[in-house]
Design a protein around this ligand. Structure first.
Ligand SMILES: CC(C)(COP(=O)(O)OP(=O)(O)OC[C@H]1O[C@@H](n2cnc3c(N)ncnc32)[C@H](O)[C@@H]1OP(=O)(O)O)[C@@H](O)C(=O)NCCC(=O)NCCS
Length: 183
C-alpha cells in the first residue's frame, strides 16, 4: 500500500509504503540493521535477524506469515517494513492471534521506528497502515500495548482509538499499558 504523507507544517509530500521484505531490499535492510544496532537496541526481534543470510531472512519472514517454521510458542505474524525512497524507516509486526504472553504483554501489534527518523509522524503512520493490514487479516479488534512511560507510543495508541483496559505488571520492567482498538 502506498500513501502520500504530508510532514507537519511543511506540506512536503512524500510517498511511503508498507512492504514485506523482498530480495531487492537487501541493501536497504543492511542499512536499517546497522542503524538499529548502532542505537544499542537489543530487542528480541533483532536477535531473530542475527547470523542469517539475507535470503534466509526473507524466507523466514514469509514462513512466519503463513505459520510455518515458527519458534515454539509463537503465532503466525506478518512483519512489514515502512519504506521511503528505497530506505527502511521502521517495521511493524502483526500477530494474527494471541497466545498467553501476547494477551498479557505483547499484544497484536508491535512497531519500531529507527532513531534517526523519530518525531516525524512515522510512528503514527505505521500503526495506521498496520490497521489496514489487520482488517485484511480479518480481525475486528486488536490489543496494542506499551510500557508505562513510553509517552510517544502511548500518544500514538490513544490517537488511534486505543481504550485502556489495564496496566499489567511485568517481571523485569515497567508495567504494560494494555489498550484495545476497535476496527
Ligand atoms: C515509540 C515510537 C514508535 C514513536 O515513533 P515516532 O515516529 O517518533 O512517533 P511520532 O512521530 O508519530 O509521534 C507521535 C506522538 O508522540 C510524540 N512523541 C514521540 N516520541 C516521543 C517521546 N520520546 N517523548 C514524548 N513524546 C513523543 C510526538 O511528539 C507525537 O505527538 P503529537 O501526536 O502530539 O504530535 C519510537 O520512539 C520507537 O520506535 N521507539 C522504540 C520502540 C518502541 O517503543 N515501540 C513501541 C512499542 S509499543
Amino acid at each position: 500500500m502506498i500513501v502520500s504523507f504530508i510532514h507537519g507544517q511543511h506540506m512536503e509530500k512524500e510517498e511511503l509504503r508498507l512492504a514485506e521484505l523482498e530480495p531487492e531490499h537487501e541493501a536497504a535492510f543492511a542499512d536499517y540493521l546497522e542503524a538499529v544496532r548502532a542505537e544499542g537496541d537489543d530487542s528480541r526481534w533483532l536477535a531473530e535477524y542475527q547470523d542469517l543470510p539475507y535470503a534466509g531472512m526473507v524466507e523466514k519472514l514469509k514462513c512466519w506469515k503463513t505459520g510455518e517454521k515458527l519458534p515454539s510458542d509463537w503465532v503466525p505474524a506478518s512483519t512489514l517494513f515502512l519504506m521511503r525512497e528505497g530506505k527502511i524507516v521502521g517495521q511493524v509486526s502483526i500477530r494474527h492471534e494471541l497466545n498467553d504472553f501476547l494477551r498479557r504483554i505483547g499484544g497484536h501489534i508491535g512497531y519500531y521506528i529507527r532513531a534517526d527518523q523519530r518525531m516525524k509522524g512515522y510512528g503514527g503512520l505505521i500503526l495506521k497502515l498496520a490497521m489496514e493490514e489487520v482488517r485484511r487479516i480479518g480481525l475486528n479488534r486488536v490489543l496494542v500495548t506499551c510500557d508505562e512511560g513510553n509517552i510517544g507510543s502511548q500518544k500514538i495508541i490513544e490517537k488511534h482509538g486505543g481504550v485502556l483496559e489495564n496496566m499489567e505488571p511485568t517481571e523485569d520492567g515497567p508495567p504494560k499499558r494494555r489498550y484495545w482498538i476497535e476496527l
